[in-house]
Design a protein around this ligand. Structure first.
Ligand SMILES: Cc1cc2nc3c(=O)[nH]c(=O)nc-3n(C[C@H](O)[C@H](O)[C@H](O)COP(=O)(O)O)c2cc1C
Length: 161
């Protein structure tokens, strides 16, 4: 089963955390996962993916304009409806609005007809509410959280598909 982790990253933090999620995903048996910049998507791979996760840096307490633009103009042509979906963000500060950035993406995913999931509090510790957030100055501290998130998304995708 294939999973796509899409991201926009200006300075590398969101890319690093997308790769960390992939690491967690491929630890689940029979799961293949790939991280791709929204500027360079393998469309065939995306089409075959049962689950799609999208990541953004937090810009002005919102998703980055580049992600919003991609969602508005490109995502609608990719038939993402019916796929399991999740979102994550990186941020400069814990109070910087990353949850809002994630919610922005989840809202758009709902519009696309995707099946929103994060694991929430149903998977025990660590609870991941809307989606995982990493602070760019200390990414290493969030490695375990992002790997666990990847495992949970992949396990749910396997269960559903
Ligand atoms: C234009 C701009 C706006 C930003 N606004 C916020 C913000 O509102 N809240 C926050 O926590 N961090 C903010 N940041 C910091 C980034 O979210 C953070 O450094 C992020 O991890 C960068 O991701 P990247 O390395 O993938 O580009 C901003 C950074 C930039 C460049």
């Amino acid at each position: 089963m294939k999973i796509s982790v899409l991201y926009f990253s200006e300075e590398g933090s969101t890319k690093t955390m997308a790769e960390t999620i992939v690491k967690g995903m491929v630890s689940v048996e029979e799961v293949e996962a790939k991280s791709m910049s929204i500027d360079d998507i393998d469309r065939a791979y995306l089409k075959e993916s049962s689950c799609v996760v999208i990541g953004t840096p937090t810009h002005y307490a919102s998703m980055a304009a580049e992600v919003k633009s991609w969602l508005d103009t490109k995502s609608v042509k990719l038939n993402l409806g019916g796929k399991l979906a999740g979102a994550f963000a990186t941020a400069g500060y814990i109070h910087g609005g990353a949850d809002i950035a994630i919610q922005n993406i989840l809202t758009h995913m709902t519009f696309l007809g995707m099946l929103i999931y994060s694991g929430g509090s149903a998977c025990g510790k660590p609870p991941i509410h809307l989606g995982p957030v990493a602070i760019s100055s200390k990414l290493d501290e969030f490695t375990d959280l992002f790997e666990v998130y990847g495992q949970r998304m992949a396990s749910k995708a396997k269960e559903l598909f």
